[in-house]
Design a protein around this ligand. Structure first.
Ligand code: KIV
Ligand code: ZN
Length: 536
């Protein structure tokens, strides 16, 4: 094995790292996340504002819903030239003709598109999943790349489980797919097994052993999973050794422990450009908002101490640190909060704030709402302002994200909720729910272990969804203080393996829970379940 490339050599690979976002594909494979086409478009629009280079929008062969979602992203964001060039829209395809054709068809409306095809190469995957020899894998990979090239000039190939693949075979397959016309070759650390130093050496070695990479201007990409918590470190080390694309997901979501976190890797590359000598085109002040949007629509909350976008990322508790930061922020901060869009500027509205001030705030926060969405957000804001007095921008963001998106297709709407109970009486709840399509209100009552349990059970009975079970429940406060808005995320299972996450906000936790439960039921009505067989 050779030596890693030193920094001056690494610069020879060019100064720009392509940011390939897979939040909508690998990120969406996280348990409990199911985004429908409109939610995918909403996230893709934000990714375009963030200025990522490539948006992997899904896996079209997996289901009709995935196909439609990729097509919707290709039609909209894939043609949005308002910031210059539209991002490249990518779709995943197994190395099979049917998958590649589906990918090509769903991507066709985008101005620039990429087919990303993959095939496992490690011994363990070959033996237990594919029952194929190395020669058969080579032939299948070449055919897949050639077919994909017949649809587009932009083709990416991934040898799945690359880091547990025999290195000599990896060299052979990379050389073969480059010869066949792949323009990007991605090296996935599918199971998060790599260590930074060794991974870096592999990336350097691939460049050395396959001269056609440089000759044809092929980009070597990396796709690191976080099973050992090393996804960002492995990606950075790969860049130091010549990789010029990193595959990332917002908030690091993805299979198992997730993917390389977008916000962490882009800030690492930018903050340590002194050592790495590279840059990217990400508009980093959009990072915090992107992170919140993804958290909201996926129901995956962001841990407080998460690097870059956690609520503590720029908070200082120790007196010594506070003293230093008051003199000069750089004493204990290596990034500026405004560079990641987390500057403390507080917009505060109250019950006397009118439509105009609210509209201004919504615009400042960067939301583009339809008239109906604006109307519904404004009404929720007024109710909240009456209860709470001061309404902060975090509250407004939470209301808009949890309450106003994709309401148009909702099957159920909470009309009233009444709960009663105490330390010595069984909690009871009664609800009225509107069945939107029939424009009919149904009601039910239930008792439960607690008020939240009773409220969810009453909703379930009212809408006649006896098969639904609640599998997880999380509550967090949007801001600080006793009157803070509570944000509830629930996951329900409607059949074996079909889980849906919903979210609700209110100053009352039981009401927030009921709203979250209804949201999850609405999603389960909208999304056609995708078989797990199609999760690569
Ligand atoms: O982790 C992985 O190997 C993947 C491939 C499909 C790129 O997600
Ligand atoms: Zn992956």
């Amino acid at each position: 094995m050779g030596k890693p490339i030193d920094v001056s050599q690494a610069r020879a690979f060019g100064d720009d790292v392509v940011i390939f976002d897979t939040t909508l594909r690998d990120g969406e494979q996280s348990p409990g996340i199911s985004l429908d086409a409109r939610e995918k478009v909403e996230i893709a629009e934000q990714l375009a504002r963030l200025n990522v280079d490539v948006i992997e929008a899904g896996f079209p062969a997996a289901s009709a819903g995935d196909f439609d979602a990729v097509k919707a992203v290709a039609e909209t964001v894939g043609n949005d030239t308002s910031r210059g060039r539209a991002p490249v829209i990518a779709a995943l395809a197994r190395a099979m003709p049917g998958d590649i054709e589906r990918a090509a068809k769903s991507l066709a409306p985008a101005a620039r598109h990429r087919i990303h095809t993959f095939l496992s190469t490690s011994d363990i995957h070959r033996r237990y999943m594919l029952d194929a020899t190395e020669d058969e894998i080579l032939a299948q990979a070449i055919e897949a790349v050639e077919l994909a090239r017949s649809y587009t000039d932009d083709v990416e190939f991934s040898p799945q489980d690359a880091t547990r693949t025999d290195f000599e075979f990896l060299v052979d397959i990379v050389a073969a797919v480059v010869e066949a016309g792949a323009t990007t070759v991605n090296i996935p650390d599918t199971v998060g097994y790599a260590l930074p130093h060794d991974f870096g050496i592999w990336i350097a070695q691939l460049h050395e052993r396959v001269p056609a990479i440089a000759e044809r201007g092929v980009v070597i990409s990396v796709h690191c999973h976080n099973d050992l918590g090393l996804a960002v470190a492995n990606s950075v080390e790969a860049v130091r050794n010549g990789a010029r694309q990193v595959e990332v997901a917002v908030n690091g979501i993805g299979e198992r422990a997730g993917n390389c976190s977008l916000e962490e890797v882009v800030m690492a590359l930018r903050t340590r450009a002194d050592i790495l000598g590279v840059d990217h085109r990400v508009n980093t002040p959009e990072l915090t908002r992107t992170s919140r949007l993804v958290s909201s629509l996926t129901g995956y909350s962001i841990q407080r101490n998460k690097a870059v976008v956690g609520s503590n990322a720029f908070a200082h508790e120790s007196g010594i640190h506070q003293h230093g930061v008051l003199q000069d922020r750089l004493t204990y901060e290596i990034m500026k909060s405004e560079d990641v869009g987390a500057d403390g500027s507080q917009i505060v509205l109250g019950k006397h704030s009118g439509r105009h001030a609210f509209k201004q705030t919504v615009d400042d926060l960067g939301f583009e709402l339809t008239d109906d969405e604006f109307q519904s957000a404004f009404q929720r804001f007024k109710t909240l302002a009456d209860k709470k007095g001061e309404v902060k921008r975090e509250d407004i963001t939470a209301i808009i994200l949890a309450e106003t998106h994709v309401k148009a297709d909702d099957a159920f709407e909470l009309v009233t909720l009444r709960v009663a109970g105490g330390s010595d009486v069984a909690p009871t709840a009664s609800v009225e729910v509107r069945l939107v399509e029939e424009d009919r209100v149904v009601s039910a009552e239930a008792t439960g272990d607690g008020m939240v349990d009773a409220a969810c059970d009453a909703i379930r009975r009212a809408v006649g969804r006896d098969e639904v079970t609640l599998v997880s429940f999380q509550v967090s406060a949007v801001t600080e203080g006793i009157d803070a808005l509570g944000e509830v995320t629930v996951t329900v299972e409607v059949e074996e393996g079909a889980r849906f996450t919903g979210r609700g906000v209110s100053t009352d936790i039981v009401e927030a829970s009921a709203r979250a439960y209804i949201d999850a039921l609405n999603r389960s009505q909208r999304i056609v379940h995708r078989s797990d067989e199609f999760r690569p």
